[in-house]
Design a protein around this ligand. Structure first.
Ligand code: FES
Length: 146
């Protein structure tokens, strides 16, 4: 059902954890499956210098967050914005149809973190839209306690 790459990123997730003093933090969720993903970004001179993630979700959500952090690390903000969920799926050598929404969560989490960065630093990022709030406050609280 899952490719070797998905299994590898699920069993050995890259960049998992919390980034203290992150420049941008984005938390998104899928109301249907209840999974939550958070991405932390450290940005210097418009380049994503460091990235970390915390995900409460299915194996595909962990794998997509992990690969998304690898895809955006070292990229400029503009380049990171172009990384869509299709690119995430491709980098994992595919995902089952029922798990495509997990990759969408990864794209949304990166965008939400960039949005947070742009707000905190009063910067306008061309082409970046405000993330939709598809997440409940109590879910975020549960995540923060974990
Ligand atoms: Fe919803 Fe994976 S099942 S994010």
């Amino acid at each position: 059902m899952y490719t070797k790459k998905v299994m590898d990123h699920f069993v050995n997730p890259r960049n998992m954890g919390v980034l203290e003093n992150a420049d941008g933090v984005g938390t998104v969720g899928n109301a249907k499956c209840g999974d939550i993903m958070r991405i932390y970004l450290k940005v210097e001179d418009e380049v994503i210098k460091d990235v970390a993630f915390k995900t409460f979700g299915c194996g595909a959500a962990v794998a997509t967050s992990s690969i998304a952090t690898e895809l955006v690390k070292g990229k400029t903000i503009k380049e990171a914005l172009k990384i869509t969920n299709d690119a995430v799926v491709e980098a994992l050598d595919g995902l089952p149809k029922a798990k495509i929404h997990c990759s969408l969560l990864a794209e949304e989490a990166v965008h939400a973190a960039l949005w947070d960065y742009s707000k905190k630093h009063n910067i306008k990022i061309e082409g970046l839209k405000e993330p939709k709030a598809d997440i409940h406050d109590e879910d975020i609280e549960n995540m923060e306690e974990a």
